[in-house]
Write a protein of this length. Structure first.
Length: 133
């Protein structure tokens, strides 16, 4: 029974690490794409008659689409990770005594804990949507 409990803790920790990595990937990719967008926009503003202006315009149109695609892909991975964590918590709640469930926090704590992985993609989605409109 203790071995099962240790495996459950390890699995929860693993899923939590994966969620953290996915949010880090998202923030890194989005900062790169937004920087590329700003540099491209500044290049066009400086001189739209340069030979590469056509490529710059294509980049201005493409970068928001790539940004949104990255957000959606990471969202799918985040939903998978958060669902796995929820399943593990539900399983633990049915299997172990309440005094052993320190690994399952109160609903408000759980809500606050997942607010960043849920809200950060929405922020980037709003930014790219605003750029496209």
């Amino acid at each position: 029974m203790d071995q099962d409990f240790s495996l459950l803790q390890a699995r929860l920790s693993h899923e939590d690490d994966l969620v953290n990595q996915r949010v880090s990937w998202l923030v890194s990719s989005q900062s790169f794409l937004l920087t590329a967008y700003a540099i491209t926009l500044n290049g066009l503003a400086a001189d739209a008659s340069k030979p590469l202006a056509i490529v710059q315009r294509k980049l201005l149109n493409l970068l928001p689409v790539v940004g949104i695609a990255c957000v959606l892909l990471v969202c799918a991975a985040l939903i998978g990770g958060l669902s796995a964590i929820n399943e593990l918590r539900r399983f633990a709640a049915t299997r172990y005594q309440k005094d052993r469930l320190f690994l399952i926090s109160k609903p408000m704590t759980q809500f606050l804990g997942v607010s960043a992985p849920v809200l950060i993609p929405i922020v980037f989605l709003v930014i790219w949507s605003a750029v496209l409109l």
